[in-house]
Each structure stands twice: as structure tokens, then as C-alpha cells.
Design a binder for this molecule. Sequence first.
Ligand code: SF4
Length: 371
Amino acid sequence: MSNLIKEKDQFSLVDQLAGESELSRGDLKTLIDTRNDNVAEYLFEKAREVRHAVYGRDIFIRGLVEFTNYCKNDCYYCGIRKSNLKADRYRLTPEQILDCCAQGYELGFRTFVLQGGEDPHYTDDLMTLIVTNIKSTFPDCAVTLSLGERSKESYLRFFKAGADRYLLRHETRNEIHYASLHPAAMSLRDRLRCLSDLRDIGYQVGCGFMVGSPGQTTDCLVDDLMFIKEFGPHMVGIGPFIPHQDTPLSGQPAGTLELTVFLLGIIRLLEPRVLLPATTALGTISPTGRELGVMAGANVVMPNLSPVGVRKKYLLYDNKICTGDEAAECRFCIQRRMANIGYHIAISRGDHAALQFQTSRESQVQAALAG
Ligand code: SF4
């Protein structure tokens, strides 16, 4: 009987979250700590309703170009951290990056995500050139950057060159937890400063975190969810923590599929219009992880456009999937997987719902310059 009452309370928390797009700290904690399969199914049903109302059954695809695996940082969880001397380092030239985009365009991608470690080789001048080349060659496409922490001036230069979006996971909104995952040279304050600069400039901004990273408690997760609600990002990338064998956190248990998809459902209800990827890490811990992510409310997938020759070198964590597949294989594999669960790939930029009818990009740049 007590279990039934508890479950009834849980269902009403989901209803409240779906109706009001918010919950108190205490209620979020209760929802996470006392979740069960029935409540999860109910949460996903509500999350799908919201997602269908905003984005229908479209899945937005992003072509991921992992252009450098050099990094000056040393995050304890990351396979390409600077202290990992076993990492086989590479950099793509501007021409190689443009080739990846050209291949992606043929395959129907209208967003390119340039992702790399924090690599000083890619100066502001070089990144500006790369972004300008892509935008002038593919003016109907969006460019997303994921290059880590830079100055506000750098972010503004890239935006003026045409970059539309920026992904920068905050990793954890809890100071103590952040300090346990990063060396002393890195700080949560800097990370949050970058996110706020990006938003002020006018980017569509993405934050996010790992689920199940060592030391993470439910309170940490609630901190992350409250931060998402307060910051109002356009995108949220979450995926399970997966240890990499050549890092200080090797041997730590991975995050779970079950908790990651539960949190995807919560995030969809907290931020109904958010762009929410079913990440490659989710597909790595379970063969149907990305499908389950979509069924929990996700609406974005990011197939890889990096040249096959470098894919195995961009290993942030162990056993990453799709490292041997050609771009076309990944693209059509995703299409089949999504069709199997009743969704279809959209050939579009896939902007955030609030921005689809906004003013022209030129006036956004003007506004950023005036600011
Ligand atoms: S997580 Fe990012 S910043 Fe940290 S070491 Fe890896 S690539 Fe560098």
C-alpha cells in the first residue's frame, strides 16, 4: 500500500513538472531518488507529448567534425587530456574540415559541429577563417562550435564570422564536484563566465553534464537541473560518464542508461523547447541507447563526419561506437534506427523553436556589436 501511495505521489510530481515546467529542489530530488519503471514510463510519455507538440516527430541531425584531439587541459575523466601520452594526436586542416562538410551536405546535413580539445594551434584567426569558409560555401547551414573556454572577444569574432551555436558543457554545477573532476587550473566560475558571454553575444548556447561521474550525488544532479532552468540554454547535452582506461578515473563505474534517460525526460519537461541530443555515449553503453533517448524526449542526434582515419583517435571514453564507419553509413544507420521507432530525419538547420522566426542574422550581429 505504501508503495502505491508513493507511486501516486510520483505520478503527481510528473504531472506538476509537465504542467508548470518546474519543480522545487526537494521535489526534483524525490522524483530522482524514488523513481521506478512505472514512473519512468509515465515521465517519458509526458516528455514525448511535449516534444511532439514543439518539434513533431522530426529528428535534427548534426554532422560532427572532430577536428583536433590536442588539448591543453587535463580533465581527469577525458581520454584526450594532455597528460595521456598514449593518445595518438592529430589535427585537420581547414581544407579537410571543409571536405567533411561537403560530404555532410551531400548526405543532408544542414548543421556542422566543429568539436575539438582546447588546442592553441587553432588561433582566433584560423578559426575565423574556417568558419568563414564553411558559411560562404554552405550559406544555408548552421555552424556549431565546441572548442571549450575562450575569451569573450574570441567568441564574438567567431559569431561575426557566422558561427551560430556553441556547445560548452558545464559538467557539474556543484563547485566541490567540479573541483574533484578537474585540475586546480580550471574553475566552474570560468566555465559559467564563458556560458554567459556566449549567451550575451547571441549564440544558441548548449550546456550539459555527465551522468554518473565519480562523486556525483542526487544533490549534484538537482544543482544541474536548477542551473538549466535558471540559465535557459537552447541545447542540453547529457550522456553517461564512461571511464577511459588511460585517465585517473579509469576503473570507476560508468553512469547508467536508466538514470540518463530518466534525466532526459525531466529536462524535456523542464525546458520544453530545448534541443536535446541522444548522445553517442548513450549509444555506447547500450546498443539501443539513442533510440531510448529519443523515446524519453530527445530530438537530436549527431552522426560523425570526421574522416575514418582519425575517428579512433578521438576517444574521450572507452569503446566509443561508430569509429570504423564511413559518414554515409552512420547517416543511414541513424535514419533506419529512427524510422524503426516512428521518427524521421529532418533535412534542415534544426534551430531552437524560439529562433525559427527571429530577425535576420545580420541584425543579431549588429545587436551583438552594439552590446
Ligand atoms: S574534456 Fe575537453 S577540455 Fe577537458 S581535457 Fe578533454 S578535450 Fe580537453
